[in-house]
Write a protein that binds this ligand. Structure first.
Ligand SMILES: Cc1ncc(COP(=O)(O)O)c(C=O)c1O
Length: 477
């Protein structure tokens, strides 16, 4: 289906696009980046030149020149009667967007598989005959796996029975299923900004109007804004990552959690708590993973999402939802049209993995600590002008650049074989152009090389920017 983007929405998505001269090339770069990371889907009609010129405060000739540049690189085509339309990445553009073997891809924050996984897979394969004797279609989840998941919640202080658990195809399908089931078109959903972009996309896809609540690496959640947003907009749901939030790495304090739980209870908002990264505690070593807070209140409706995607391996595609049995029944009923269940084999593997979580989490903690420390040390040494937090857990750090040129930097390092997502990718309604998410899930030698590439490109990107950009930023830092 073809879609269009309004001039206002495009100008929000572009954020601080004015990263170099001439302006039309900077604008074309901004639109190219939106195409490359899929924030502008193929076959999206761009705004008419006059409308975009008005929204961005530019001349129509500048917009025409930007569209011409985009036509030249195969990113759009202009058709009489249908305007300027983005194209699926052509062969040339695709070759450039395709990550080669010796490139460094930090667009996803996904650690290598837990080293014991191959052994567990082999064990399960020994029982293949018994496995294939099962019916196969299972939209609720394997009973032993649901029981094991329920037991882990109970151990954390959230008493849970197996019928309060549904197994999903990763946390992403859990988010999608909840969005499709709980949200009706036009309803408001509260969400952190920055946030995990595919959650925002799933909620928007269900028709939600997103209400962003800021989270900052230094100061955490803006709770005044959150409480006001609950009171004023009475959101149907709130999607939050209270422990090792992606991308900031921040965790809510017990007091923060209380404030959110009470505000949600008063507003009648369902809290969707995504704990995909919550067990990735870097500071606690050797099997002593810190307990993840329960995030519960007798007066608030709370739904938890979990996954083995980051703790074990993204390729396993096993996640789950914990909710009241009534909600689980609604989810099961809604699931079939889009997905007939999680594969049996992976569920068997997951059941065995859950019995080994202390050992698995200790390995993750070591792996992520090595990555985080290599990244933080490299950034301090080579880019001392950046603000570099050292999160206590999670998968990434949310660096603060000394100019709002995150997108320009991402474009520049792409040419050097380093793939990253700009800060704006994690924004809910624009902004974060001074931020760059840097996952520390890759091996340390790759992270050190990534820092060298960034440090080499940054002075060039900064000096190519119009002085108004860097001066303004220097003034507000
Ligand atoms: C916060 C968060 N939720 C959900 C997901 C998706 O997880 P899964 O691989 O289990 O679908 C991710 C993956 O990056 C994530 O960071």
């Amino acid at each position: 289906m073809d879609s269009r983007i309004t001039a206002r929405a495009l100008s929000v998505a572009l954020g601080g696009w004015r990263t170099r001269e001439p302006a039309y090339e900077a604008l074309a770069d901004g639109i190219r980046l939106l195409c490359l990371d899929n924030r502008l889907a193929p076959r999206t009609t761009l705004p008419a030149e006059r409308e975009l010129a008005a929204a961005l405060g530019l001349s129509r000739a500048t917009i025409a020149a930007a569209y011409r540049s985009l036509r030249g690189t195969g990113h759009v085509e202009s058709l009489r009667g249908s305007g300027t339309v983005t194209l699926p990445l052509g062969r040339r553009a695709f070759a450039r967007s395709h990550v080669a073997d010796d490139d460094i891809d930090l667009q996803q924050a996904s650690p290598a598989a837990w080293p014991g996984l191959a052994g567990v897979i082999s064990e399960v394969a020994q029982d293949a005959a018994a496995l294939v004797a099962r019916a196969g279609y299972d939209v609720v989840g394997n009973p032993a796996l649901r029981a094991a998941i329920a037991d882990r919640y109970t151990a954390r202080g959230i008493p849970t029975a197996p019928d309060e658990v549904i197994v999903t195809t990763g946390a992403q399908s859990a988010i999608h299923l909840l969005a499709a089931t709980l949200v009706r078109r036009g309803e408001r959903v509260l969400i952190e900004t920055p946030t995990y972009p595919h959650a925002a996309e799933a909620l928007r896809g269900a028709g939600a109007r997103l209400v962003g609540v800021p989270v900052d690496t230094a100061t955490g959640w803006d709770l005044d804004r959150a409480v006001q947003a609950f009171e004023r907009t009475r959101p149907v749901a709130a999607y939050l990552m209270p422990t090792f939030q992606n991308p900031t790495g921040r965790s809510m304090t017990a007091l923060d959690q209380d404030v959110v739980l009470h505000a949600a209870a008063r507003a009648g908002t369902v809290l969707i708590i995504d704990e995909t990264t919550a067990e990735l505690d870097i500071e606690t070593t050797a099997g002593g993973a810190r307990e993840v807070a329960a995030f519960r209140d007798p007066h608030a409706e709370v739904i938890h999402i979990g996954s083995l995607g980051k703790t074990v391996w993204g390729g396993l595609r096993v996640g789950w939802i914990r909710a009241d049995a009534d909600v689980i029944r609604r989810l099961v009923a809604a699931r079939a049209p889009r997905d007939l269940g999680t594969p049996e084999f992976e569920q068997q593997v997951a059941t065995r993995l859950l019995a080994r979580m202390p050992e698995i989490l200790a390995q993750r903690s070591d792996l992520l600590r090595v990555g985080r420390d290599a990244l933080v040390r490299g950034l301090h040494a080579h880019l001392p002008e950046w603000g570099v937090p050292a999160p206590a857990g999670g998968v990434a750090l949310w660096a603060e650049l000394d100019a709002p040129l995150s997108s320009a930097l991402v474009m520049a390092v792409r040419a050097e074989g380093l793939y990253l997502s700009p800060g704006a990718r994690f924004a809910v309604d624009g902004g974060h152009d001074r931020r760059l998410r840097l996952p520390f899930t890759a091996p340390p030698e790759q992270l050190r090389r990534a820092v060298e590439i960034l440090a080499d490109a940054w002075p060039r990107v900064r000096s190519a920017a119009p002085t108004a950009v860097t001066e303004f930023v220097d003034a507000v830092i």
